[in-house]
Design a protein around this ligand. Structure first.
Ligand SMILES: *[C@@H]1O[C@H](CO)[C@@H](O)[C@H](O)[C@H]1NC(C)=O
Ligand SMILES: *[C@@H]1O[C@H](CO)[C@@H](O)[C@H](O)[C@H]1NC(C)=O
Ligand SMILES: *[C@@H]1O[C@H](CO)[C@@H](O)[C@H](O)[C@H]1NC(C)=O
Ligand SMILES: *[C@@H]1O[C@H](CO)[C@@H](O)[C@H](O)[C@H]1NC(C)=O
Ligand SMILES: [Cu+2]
Length: 369
């Protein structure tokens, strides 16, 4: 209890200092960290990253989570969850505020920053933040060596076992490892390869037209990503809509992997489990995937002066039907500005969108290789 009180006190101080830094604008980067592709990390660094992720999953939460929304479509908060579970719950709780509206890119940039900061401050990680360049795996995703690293210390593991509810049985996050999840109910990591994600099930927008024969991997090839980076000059909304929409890499990587990272409830889930994008950050691949999306945004920002500081979007998602979504693919009014606050549910100091635009300025201080 005393420790808990102390954490709260420190946290309050952190909040105050954070606000001062923002208001004073006095904080500068002392160095730029370089984020690297997973496979270019040494085996040792991959092991260190995985060990730190498992450390978060075996650390008690800080008791600082503050609910922002209370959506009816997620499991209730579990106070016995780990620090990792609290990070997952932030994504569940905020689902409707951070997807298909203007907060998508800046919020997920903050979320990676938070995760990385906790890996370092709480679990001693010192290596590079890894991203996963899935364009290297698009041609034959299922058979890709990326999913064949079964090393119990440094391997991300592969596909789940169909006869065991698609639970992952190899690698460092296997069912028999210390990586145990609490949301939406206590279970171990699942992955379920899906060639053509059933977008009408996983992204149920009535009337939305999608191609029922198009494999998910057609959306995350090298040419697709190059077109994203080269296109949409000055058009932030177009860029985001393409990245996040049904033909873009965001959804398709999530749903081609399937299982936890697709937010899918298993067939043997207890009653009350509701599928949705909510608990997708259960799979550590979530963070590697979103780091790649963040890198695509970073590269797009660097590509053209008109992209550099571009930001626009609504605050309210419109998934009620295809015409509303077509009109507002990145959210409807009230519109956001760079002064809009990012919901951080108590897990970090408050930040605004402007803090997440330039990766080389405080508080972010990073580049991609
Ligand atoms: C997508 O994956 C399938 C199955 O591995 C493969 O046949 C197809 O060529 C891939 N598509 C692209 C665009 O690479
Ligand atoms: C809450 O999480 C803990 C730790 O994972 C678990 O043991 C417990 O069963 C969970 N409670 C509920 C109601 O899911
Ligand atoms: C749907 O996808 C298939 C396979 O990628 C492609 O051959 C076909 O042209 C697409 N149909 C439409 C209407 O885009
Ligand atoms: C779509 O949703 C909008 C906004 O909620 C509503 O005004 C409109 O009637 C709906 N259109 C269809 C075709 O259902
Ligand atoms: Cu998300």
């Amino acid at each position: 209890m005393q420790l808990f009180q102390m954490h709260r006190g420190l946290f309050a101080l952190y909040l105050v200092l954070g606000s001062l830094f923002i208001l004073g604008g006095a904080t500068k980067c002392t160095q730029q960290s370089v984020r690297k592709e997973w496979r270019s990390l040494s085996r040792e660094d991959r092991g260190h990253w995985i060990t730190a992720v498992k450390c978060l999953a075996n650390s008690p939460n800080d008791g600082v989570f503050v609910s922002s929304l209370n959506p009816p479509d997620i499991a209730p908060y579990n106070a016995s969850g780990s620090l990792f579970d609290d990070i997952v719950y932030a994504h569940m709780n905020l689902n409707h505020r951070i997807h298909w509206n203007g907060l998508f890119l800046p919020w997920h940039r903050w979320y990676l920053f938070l995760f990385d900061s906790l890996l370092r401050s709480r679990c001693g990680y010192r290596g590079p933040l890894p991203y996963w360049d899935w364009t290297k795996d698009a041609a034959d995703f299922y058979e890709s060596p990326f999913f064949k690293d079964s090393d119990p210390e440094s391997g991300l593991g592969g596909w789940g076992d169909a006869s065991k509810g698609f639970r992952v049985l190899d690698g460092a996050f296997s069912a028999s490892s210390s990586f145990q999840l609490s949301y939406p109910f206590p279970h171990t990591l699942r992955r379920s390869y899906t060639l053509i994600p059933p977008l009408d099930v996983v992204f149920p927008v009535p009337g939305l037209v999608w191609n029922h024969t198009r494999p998910g991997n057609a959306s995350f090839t090298k040419p697709v990503v190059e077109n994203l980076i080269d296109g949409f000059v000055g058009d932030y909304k177009g860029f985001q809509a393409r990245m996040e929409g049904v033909e873009g890499p965001h959804l398709n990587v999530h749903f081609t992997i399937g299982g936890d990272v697709a937010g899918a409830c298993p067939v043997d889930a207890p009653a009350g489990c509701i599928s949705g994008p909510t608990f997708s950050s259960n799979d550590p691949l979530f963070f590697l995937h979103h780091a790649m999306l963040d890198r695509v945004w970073f590269k797009w920002q660097k590509k053209h002066n008109l992209n550099k500081n571009a930001f626009e979007g609504g605050s309210v998602q419109h998934l009620e039907n295809a015409s509303a979504f077509g009109l507002y693919p990145t959210g409807g009014p009230p519109y956001l500005t760079v002064e809009s606050e990012l919901p951080t549910v108590g897990l970090s100091a408050p930040f605004i969108v402007a803090n997440m635009i330039s990766t080389t300025e405080w508080p972010l201080c990073y580049v991609y290789d």
